[in-house]
Design a protein around this ligand. Structure first.
Ligand code: NAP
Length: 252
């Protein structure tokens, strides 16, 4: 811990970060742990999950890994229960996501179903399991991770973009549903970010980033800063909002 004012603002709180073993989620897990949270990381890959936990612990933080396949609803519900067993979940970061791209006519049904299962159904049922418990305690914070493609129509991203557009709406619907009980719900909408997941895009990611006013690809920690802010008490009056973290792409 570095002793600055912000380091302990999540002390005594448990945060579930889906997809916390890679990319943006891994950066969020690290930042939350450095600020005092007990972080529960989930993903399918146990090796990457264990490595993330070891790194966070080596940094003085508190972390656990729960293996879960978010394409499977039983696994989603089991994740919620295991997270609760590790510590009441005060913060939920719905970060895990998949983004298979391709022309609409060539999207296999299996891809379409997987995108909606992981990107929409999993956050939906994690919130169904965890938000009522937060509401009963009168406090909690949920941050969803969407994308600029939920707003901007892009060829080849119809399935992915539409799934994240659903999450945008869910952010506002949940804000209406759980806000009166003291649970804040917000989202971030990242532009092109260099992660393990986007490594396969190579130069295409740079070309996408070149269309943003800042004209560069972002880093996972830059997105994590926004997510952690929205999850923190510093954002106590921010509710039902989506913060673009996209180099200005949605501004132009
Ligand atoms: P990433 O490096 O590929 O990480 C994705 C994470 O999701 C991994 O931890 C992965 O863990 C988990 N995940 C995927 N499928 C899963 C499943 N079936 N069950 C459980 N966990 C699963 O991707 P990222 O770039 O950091 O993206 C994180 C989020 O940001 C996603 O929602 C993405 O849509 C969004 N986003 C990314 C960008 C970008 O440019 N990178 C831009 C806008 C929005 P396992 O592999 O271990 O399962």
């Amino acid at each position: 811990m570095d002793g600055t004012d912000m380091t302990q603002d999540f002390a005594g709180r448990t945060a579930l970060v889906t997809g916390g073993n890679s990319g943006i989620g891994r950066a969020v897990a690290g930042q939350l742990a450095r600020r005092g949270a007990h972080v529960v990381i989930s993903g399918r890959d146990v090796v990457r999950g264990s490595r993330a936990v070891e790194e966070i612990r080596a940094d003085g933080g508190r972390a656990d890994f729960v293996q879960a396949d978010l394409a499977d609803l039983a696994s989603v519900r089991s994740l919620a229960k295991q997270a609760i067993d590790l510590g009441q979940v005060d913060v939920l970061i719905n970060n895990a996501g998949i983004f298979p791209f391709g022309p609409t006519a060539e999207v296999p049904e299996s891809d379409f179903d997987a995108v909606y299962a992981v990107n929409v159904r999993a956050p939906f049922y994690l919130v169904a399991e965890l938000a009522p418990l937060m509401a009963a305690r009168g406090a909690g914070a949920i941050v969803n991770v969407t994308t600029i493609v939920a707003y901007v129509g892009m060829a080849g991203m119809a399935a992915y973009g539409s799934s994240k557009a659903a999450v945008e709406l869910l952010t506002r619907a949940w804000a209406a549903e759980f806000g009166p009980a003291g649970v804040r719900v917000n989202a971030v909408s990242p532009g092109p970010i260099r992660t393990e997941g986007t490594a396969v895009m190579g130069e295409n990611l740079d070309n996408l980033a070149a269309t943003t006013p800042l004209q560069r690809v972002g880093a996972p920690d830059e997105v994590a800063e926004g997510i952690v802010f929205l999850a923190s008490d510093a954002a106590s009056l921010v509710h039902g909002a989506t913060l673009p973290i996209d180099g200005g792409r949605l501004a132009v």
